[in-house]
Structures are given as C-alpha cells and as structure tokens.
Ligand binder design. Structure first.
Ligand code: SAM
Length: 273
C-alpha cells in the first residue's frame, strides 16, 4: 500500500493548525538529505515527521532517527509506513514541551543533527530551544517560508538584520541552501519555501558574559529607527563610544550597522571594572 492509501485507510485529515503541508518531490527530499551529509554515526532529530517521506530517507543514512510529531492521529498510519524502518523512533508530542537531553539519553552517537520541515511560527522557538538547553548539534537543516530564510541569513545593514540574526549567527554559520516551490507540497501552501543550513561555528568569537552580550543586542535593536546613543542610554555610553571608535564607528550609528564582533567587544568592555 502506498502512503496516500495508508493515510486514507486511517481516515487521516490534514490539519492547518499544525502546518501540515507534506513534501512530495523525491528530488527535493534527496537534496535535503544530501545537504545533511549524514554518516552511520549520526543521530538525526527530525521535528514534524508528517507522513515520513523525509524520515524514511534519513533512516537509510543515519544510525538512528528520533522523530517528533505533534499530531497523534498520525500514530496508526506511521506504524504501518515505518514498519520496516527499525532505527526510527517517533515521539508523539509537541517538540517544544520535550526535555531533549532526557530523550537523547538512550542513544549512542558521535554526531547530532536536526532536520525539520516546519510551520514557520515554530522555527525560531525550536532553534532557540537547542541553544538554550545547550544541546550540541553540528547542523540544523530547516525548511521554512522563503522570507523567514532571508531573515536568518540577513546581512548587516539590510532591513532583515535584527537581534535574532545576531543571536543565531553567534552560534551558527547560516546559509540559504536552495528554494523550494510551493507546487511540491500537498496540500499546496500559499508561499514558496527555502531550505536553510545552520552549521555550528567552529572557532567562534565568544562574549565573556553571554547574558550581557544578548542584553546589549536586544536593547540596541529595541527601537529600530533610533541610534545606539538612545537605545543604550542605560549603559556606560562613553565606554560604548570608545569601543566603537576602534572600528571607525560611534554611538550615532544604528544597531543594524553593527557587526556581531563589535557587539561582542562592546559587551566585553562593559563588564570590565
Ligand atoms: N516532514 C514531513 C514532510 O516533509 O512532508 C511533514 C512536514 S509538515 C510541513 C510539518 C509537520 O510538523 C506536520 O506533520 C505537523 O503535524 C508537525 N508539527 C507541527 N508542529 C509541531 C510541534 N510543535 N512538534 C512536533 N511536530 C509538529
């Protein structure tokens, strides 16, 4: 029986609230798997298993696949679809509510990756969850709405460059890998998508006090039209100005024109006595 028949036999209905647009195109699925460069020592976390089109391909390359699926009505069809894929486990729960470290305990692996084709509104919370819970992932590959992809990989000075860009780029090298037409999904969504690759930074510049770094970045972008002089007035503004002068800039710049390295330097200077 093919996947469609299995879903029909189980009276499966697509649920918009879970962003259920299943990927059908074999080439796109293969391209995602190739991008991941999965080895036999890799544990892949897949968020949003759906009808397992991607899961099956991941399973053939990886040591194990740990999938999460919020829609419990997929449990019966997935039992049939994944019957022969013994290295796949699916947890039927909202990924955002999981204790990932605990879920990972039963696996042995050398390399951890995340692959996900998700509704756009949970992409950032999901990536932030890996960062906040200090889960050491080497790569994250996500399929998102095209505009969201642009925001992740935004360059300095562009309208999409914001505190999220800095937050994510602090941990990862991010690049939009390829675009995916809306026509390869069922049901067909209203927007085109893109696949974004997050590669863990190897020798990243580190802020001495990461909380201070993120606070400064958040405050600097608080009112986008305002300069650093306004947005950072609660901090030692002379110190900030001196630091920026080293880079040929000053407090009359806006946050959108400040690099990650410059923000790191500012936060490092501010914690010095
Ligand atoms: N991976 C499949 C594919 O590529 O065809 C399905 C992709 S579909 C865009 C997104 C899937 O994520 C749906 O099956 C949906 O039920 C699931 N999902 C949505 N929110 C979720 C969450 N918070 N935790 C786990 N799964 C979720």
């Amino acid at each position: 029986m093919n996947t469609k028949d299995i879903l029909n036999k189980n009276n499966f209905t697509f649920k918009k609230k879970f962003g259920q647009n299943f990927l059908l195109d074999q080439n796109v699925l293969n391209n995602i798997v190739d991008l991941a460069e999965i080895t036999k020592d890799t544990l892949v976390i897949e968020i949003g298993v759906g009808a397992a089109a991607l899961t099956k391909k991941l399973s053939l390359k990886a040591k194990n696949v740990l999938g999460y699926e919020i829609d419990k009505t997929l449990k019966d069809p997935l039992k049939v679809i994944l019957d022969e894929y013994e290295n796949v486990d699916v947890v039927y729960d909202d990924f955002l509510n999981r204790n990932i470290k605990q879920d990972l305990q039963k696996y042995k692996y050398d390399n951890l990756m995340v692959v996900a084709n998700l509704p756009y509104y949970i992409t950032t919370p999901i990536i932030s969850k890996f960062i906040n819970e200090k889960i050491d992932v080497s790569k994250i590959i996500v399929m998102v709405q095209n505009e969201v992809a642009d925001r992740f990989s935004a360059v300095i000075g562009s309208k999409n460059y914001n505190s999220l860009t800095i937050f994510l780029n602090y941990y990862f090298d991010i690049k939009k890998a390829f675009m995916v037409s809306r026509n390869v999904f069922y049901p067909k969504p209203n927007v085109d998508s893109a696949v974004v690759l997050f590669n863990k930074k190897k020798n990243k510049l580190k802020a001495i006090d990461e909380n201070m770094f993120f606070l400064i970045v958040r405050k600097a972008f608080k009112q986008k039209r305002k300069t650093l002089k306004n947005n950072l007035k609660d901090f030692d503004i002379d110190k900030i100005n001196c630091t920026l002068n080293k880079f040929g800039k000053d407090i009359n710049y806006r946050a959108e024109n400040i690099t990650i390295e410059e923000f790191i330097e500012i936060s490092n200077e501010l914690i010095k006595q």
